[in-house]
Design a protein around this ligand. Structure first.
Ligand SMILES: [Fe+2]
Length: 224
C-alpha cells in the first residue's frame, strides 16, 4: 500500500480548490521508501540526473518505484484523488529534487509544463523556513508550453516583500504528507528551499511522456 487511507474523499476538494496539502496520508511502506531514498542521496550512493542539474538551484534524482504492486497501488490512489481512470494516467516525471544550500530564497513563481496536469509532491526533508507557496490570486490559466513558465516581474521587485502577500497560501509539509495541484494551472514556488528534498511526480491524462520516464518505468518494473 502506498497510502494509509483512501484518497477518494479529497477528489472534490481538489477540483474546487486546485491545490491540496494532505497531512500524514502515506503508508509506513512509502515513508520507509522515501527515508531510504533520503539516506542514499545524502550518503552519495545515488547519482543525480546530470541533464537536470540546475546550477545554483537544485539537483534532481530519478525515483524508482519499489515494485510493480506498489506502482499499481500508487496509480489507484492517484485515480481516486484525480477522478481519472488509472490506465489513463501517465507518470511524465518522477524526480527527487534536492535544493542546494545556495538556492535563492525567493524565486519567481512558475507554472509547470503542460504535461504536468497533476503535480504531486512528497516532502522528504524540509528545513524549518522552507515553504511551498500557491498563488491562486494569479488565476488558473493553463500553461500550454512544453516547458515551465516563470512569471514576468519588473526589474528591482523586492521578492521577499512579494511573498508577504496575504493571498499567497503557504505550507511547509513534512515526511508522510502529500501536495497535489494542477501543475500547469496553479502558480507555485518553494521559498527558502535550500536544503529541501522532495519527490515530485507529474501525472497527465494526455499520454504525454516528454522525458521517457513513464516508458522506462514500465520497462523497469516489468523486467525487475
Ligand atoms: Fe513546479
Amino acid at each position: 500500500m502506498a497510502f494509509n487511507t483512501t484518497l477518494t474523499p479529497h477528489c472534490q476538494a481538489l477540483r474546487e480548490r486546485n491545490y491540496l496539502h494532505l497531512e500524514n496520508v502515506l503508508s509506513q511502506d512509502f515513508t520507509n521508501v522515501l527515508g531510504e531514498v533520503r539516506d542514499r542521496i545524502l550518503s552519495g550512493a545515488q547519482d543525480d540526473i546530470p541533464d537536470w542539474h540546475i546550477e545554483g538551484k537544485k539537483r534532481q534524482y530519478l525515483f524508482d518505484f519499489p515494485s510493480e504492486a506498489f506502482l499499481e497501488d500508487f496509480l489507484l490512489s492517484m485515480s481516486e484523488i484525480t477522478g481519472k481512470a488509472p490506465e489513463n494516467l501517465t507518470i511524465g516525471e518522477r524526480h527527487i529534487k534536492v535544493y542546494l544550500e545556495n538556492a535563492a530564497p525567493f524565486p519567481a513563481p512558475h507554472l509547470d509544463r503542460r504535461a504536468s496536469e497533476f503535480t504531486v509532491g512528497f516532502p522528504i526533508v524540509i528545513p524549518d523556513a522552507s515553504e511551498v507557496c500557491f498563488l491562486p490570486h494569479l488565476g488558473f490559466e493553463e500553461n500550454t508550453d512544453e516547458r515551465a513558465r516563470f512569471i514576468k516581474l519588473g526589474d528591482g521587485v523586492d521578492m521577499a516583500a512579494y511573498y508577504k502577500d496575504p493571498r499567497i497560501v503557504k505550507a511547509q509539509g513534512r515526511l508522510g504528507d502529500m501536495f497535489i495541484f494542477y501543475g500547469s494551472r496553479v502558480w507555485h514556488e518553494r521559498i527558502h528551499p535550500a536544503g529541501s528534498m522532495i519527490l515530485y511526480t507529474k501525472l497527465n491524462t494526455m499520454g504525454s511522456d516528454p522525458l521517457g520516464e513513464n516508458r522506462a518505468l514500465h520497462r523497469e518494473t516489468v523486467t525487475a
